[in-house]
Structure formats: C-alpha cells, structure tokens
Design a protein around this ligand. Structure first.
Ligand SMILES: Nc1ncnc2c1ncn2[C@@H]1O[C@H](COP(=O)(O)OP(=O)(O)OP(=O)(O)O)[C@@H](O)[C@H]1O
Ligand SMILES: [Mg+2]
Length: 246
C-alpha cells in the first residue's frame, strides 16, 4: 500500500472534521475522495500534505508508520499536492515555475537549457500538447494548462503520490478532459493519485476506487465498478445506502 490512514481524526475545537478515518491509496490507481461540502475532504488532504497534524490516528507510507509534520516532510516522502488555486507564480514562465526552489546550476549559473529541455520533456511525457512554448508566462495559460504545469512539476520532482483537490472545478469541457487524461497518464505511470472531486462524471470516468466522506467519517470505499453514480449520490447525501447492494 502506498498510503494508509488508520483511525485518523482531526478536530478544530468542537468541530470534528475527521473522525476515525481509514483510507488506503494504491500506487498506479486513481482513488477518488468524494463527499458533500464540509465533509472533511480538504481537511484530509491537508493532513496528508503536512499542513495539519491529526488529532489522533496513524499514517503509513509504504507500510511504514510515519508522521508528516510539515509540507516539507510530505515533499521528502514524494507526496505532491496540487491545489485548485495552484500556487504557481504568474510572473514567471513555465520553466521557472517547474524549477522554482530547485533550479539547476552549471558552473554556478542557472542551466537554462537543461531546465528547458527537462520541462519540455516532462510535458511531452505527460502528453501535454496544448502549451505552445515553455517560455510562456504562466499568467497567459488557461486553467487546464496551469493544472498541467503544476502536475508536471510534481512529476519532475519524482512525486509518488499526487493529490488533487477539485482540479476541474473551474475548468471548461475540453480543459476538464485534458486534466482527466493527465490524471490517467499519471496512474498509468505507476503514480498514486488521490482525486478530490464534486463531479461524479469526472470520478466515474477516471477513478479506479472511490471513498466517501460523510460528516467527517469515511462511510464507504471500494472499486468504482461496484457503484453507480446514483448510489454514490445517496451515500454522499445520507451517509448510507437504504437499499442493499445488488
Ligand atoms: N481551519 C479550520 N478551523 C476550523 N474549522 C475548520 C477548519 N478547516 C475546516 N474546518 C471545518 O471542518 C469541516 C470540514 O471542512 P473541509 O474544508 O475539510 O470540508 P470539504 O469536504 O473540503 O468541503 P468542500 O467540499 O466545501 O470543500 C467543516 O465543518 C469546516 O468548517
Ligand atoms: Mg474542500
């Protein structure tokens, strides 16, 4: 198992944002995490990303118990989080964004050619074809292209788990398709993907597994093939299935 949460709880004062959550994320698979507003999805992401510490419970990385105290700890393990608002720098170009904080040097100077080649290569590997030039400013990119650059940065830094919180929420139809294709490519390369989404079309088109949070509790999880969108909606809204699975 790539990442496992066991009995993870996170409280903010009297608010129990996560309660006794067990979750497994596999390498090479897309695991979708769904749930209504306030169900605890972003809190779970931030707990794995090192923003929050769990109030109780354990986190395992490749079956070893670990603690992720800071975003730096998550980064060192190989966990990359791509947030909706993305934390890219608008005033820098694609190459500069992909190497921000990890610039390559040659004779103590920035090795622009090597960075440009690596950036172009990673985007090509991920089949990102809509970006005209890696020297374009990120400010000039579409939402889908920005997602692609953020994901390419994670891949270039050898992320083994990529977490995406609502990656398609602000995107149009073709940009959404582009990001979903990218998510599939990541999984096919053996990377584990944890996809947070409200959009069940996205979930059913790209995810292998699904986990449902309801009021901070993980109430259902399993292979997507075992669910229909209608059933998932029922679990999201009621926390349970009134009818037995057939
Ligand atoms: N920093 C915080 N301080 C206090 N309460 C918080 C904090 N962050 C989240 N919460 C509470 O924890 C619960 C879960 O919030 P969270 O943001 O994880 O939900 P979510 O599933 O991501 O919702 P959405 O779909 O709206 O993004 C909510 O009740 C929220 O008010
Ligand atoms: Mg959220």
């Amino acid at each position: 198992m790539l990442l496992s949460l066991r009995g993870v709880s996170k409280s903010f004062g009297a608010v129990h944002a996560l309660q006794d959550v067990d979750l497994d994320v596999l390498a090479g698979k897309v695991t979708a995490l769904v749930g209504d507003n306030g169900a605890g999805k972003s809190t779970l992401v931030k707990t794995v990303a090192g923003t929050w510490q769990p109030t109780s419970g354990e986190i395992f990385w490749k079956d070893q118990r670990t603690s992720i105290r800071t975003p730096r700890d998550a980064d060192a393990l190989g966990i990359a989080t791509v947030y909706q608002d993305l934390a890219l720098c608008d005033n820098l170009d694609i190459v500069q964004n992909m190497f921000l904080g990890h610039e390559r040097l040659r004779f103590r100077l920035l090795d622009e050619n090597a960075m440009e080649r690596a950036a172009r290569g990673t985007l090509a590997e991920l089949s990102v074809t809509t970006v005209r030039s890696v020297r374009q400013l990120v400010a000039s990119l579409s939402g889908g292209q920005r997602q692609s650059v953020a994901v390419a940065r994670a891949v270039m830094r050898d992320a083994q788990l990529v977490i995406m919180d609502e990656p398609t929420a602000a995107l149009g139809v073709s940009q959404t398709a582009q990001v979903l294709a990218l998510i599939r490519t990541l999984a096919d390369r053996g990377i584990g993907v944890l996809l947070i989404s409200h959009n069940l079309n996205d979930v059913f088109s790209v995810a292998d597994r699904i986990a449902v949070l309801y009021l901070g509790r993980l109430v259902h999880s399993g292979d997507v093939a075992g669910y229909t969108p209608q059933r998932v909606v029922e679990i999201i809204t009621t926390g349970t299935l009134a009818t037995a699975a057939t």
